[in-house]
Design a protein around this ligand. Structure first.
Ligand code: FAD
Length: 288
């Protein structure tokens, strides 16, 4: 099913993100964790590609296995930073064979210290979006950054390039995580003002590990509000209390988003079925 039929509608959509295994040895254990997340009946599941250290071989098979077994819509990520056109075509062929209908087209993170080169097959995600649209048969989404992408000199410029990406053929966007909903609302206003009309799925990360989030935030440039820093300071040293506080904080964010008319929220629960289940339970009446 094309995701735009889900996320542009009137019913609230709650989806989860998972990552594939790094090698065949842990395929079954990761698949079991992902199937536990899928059994919660989210609106859809997205499967990352090559994020955080090169896990790209199993994205299509994991996404397709979940889709076949649970009859759930899936979104397969695909990045292009180190890719050739032939490699991208091969991934698209594999997705088509396995019946995957939705792709999140990404540039991917640059190798440290490098910048986009003229002779690369792809420099920006917009080129991948255009190529997938030309290939045909996929509903294509893209990433966006409510606080501006780290490489962008200004948010204004980032939004201009985002508009180009949407014009290249994105049917929807998903945001980077944010911890303060006003950041999302302000971004939405500016994106709409720039003529971006596609649905913008709000990305929320339930933080369960204090040192991990400090690392992620340092890399992504995401701001941590003071009230969230107090939570990290007070509960960060104890995994059980941090997990509970992180789930409560994310739930509160999601309730506020739905209350303000946001239709689709994507949860970065990353193969953690316990966290995904708690969030889903906390929203059970709201999602009915
Ligand atoms: P782009 O849209 O190409 O933007 C990258 C930068 O280039 C921005 O600063 C933009 O303003 C600028 N830019 C764009 N076009 C131009 C232009 N014509 N001229 C000059 N500058 C331009 N990474 C993975 O490796 N695997 C994943 O599965 C993954 N999933 C993600 C999911 C989401 C929802 C998000 C938000 C990010 C994800 N990422 C993933 C991370 C992403 O790949 C990185 O953030 C990457 O640095 C940028 O990717 P992009 O697709 O947004 O790039």
């Amino acid at each position: 099913m094309e995701l735009t039929n889900l996320i542009g509608g009137t019913a609230p959509s709650l989806s989860f993100e998972v990552f594939p295994p790094k090698n065949s040895a842990n395929y079954e254990s990761i698949r079991a964790a992902v199937e536990e997340v899928a059994s919660l009946s989210p609106s859809f599941i997205s499967v990352t590609y090559g994020a955080g250290g090169g896990t790209s071989d199993y994205t299509v098979s994991l996404a397709a296995d979940v889709q076949d077994r649970f009859r759930l819509p899936v979104l397969a990520h695909l990045s292009c930073v180190n890719a050739t056109r032939a490699g991208v075509r091969a991934q698209l062929d594999a997705m088509r064979r396995r019946g995957i209908a939705n792709v999140l087209a990404l540039r991917g993170d640059m190798p440290p210290g490098s910048a986009p080169q003229e002779n690369w097959d792809y420099r920006y995600a917009s080129e991948l979006v255009a190529e997938i649209r030309e290939y045909g048969g996929f509903c294509v989404g893209g990433a966006c950054y409510p606080e501006g992408h780290t490489e962008s000199p200004s948010q204004k410029e980032d939004i201009l390039h985002l508009k180009e990406k949407v014009d290249a053929g994105c049917a929807f966007l998903t945001t980077q995580m944010f911890f303060e909903n006003n950041v999302y609302y302000n971004f939405l206003f500016k994106a709409r003002d720039a003529g971006i009309r596609v649905p913008i799925v709000a990305g929320v990360m339930p933080v369960t590990n204090a040192s991990q989030i400090r690392r992620i935030v340092a890399l992504s440039g995401t701001a941590l509000p003071q009230r969230f820093r107090y939570i990290l300071d007070r509960f960060g040293a104890n995994p059980a209390t941090m997990r509970q506080a992180g789930i409560a904080y994310a739930t509160e964010q999601i309730v506020d988003l739905f209350a303000n008319g946001v239709q689709a929220v994507h949860v970065y629960s990353m193969n953690n079925a316990f966290v995904a289940r708690k969030i889903k339970e906390n929203l059970s009446e709201i999602l009915k």
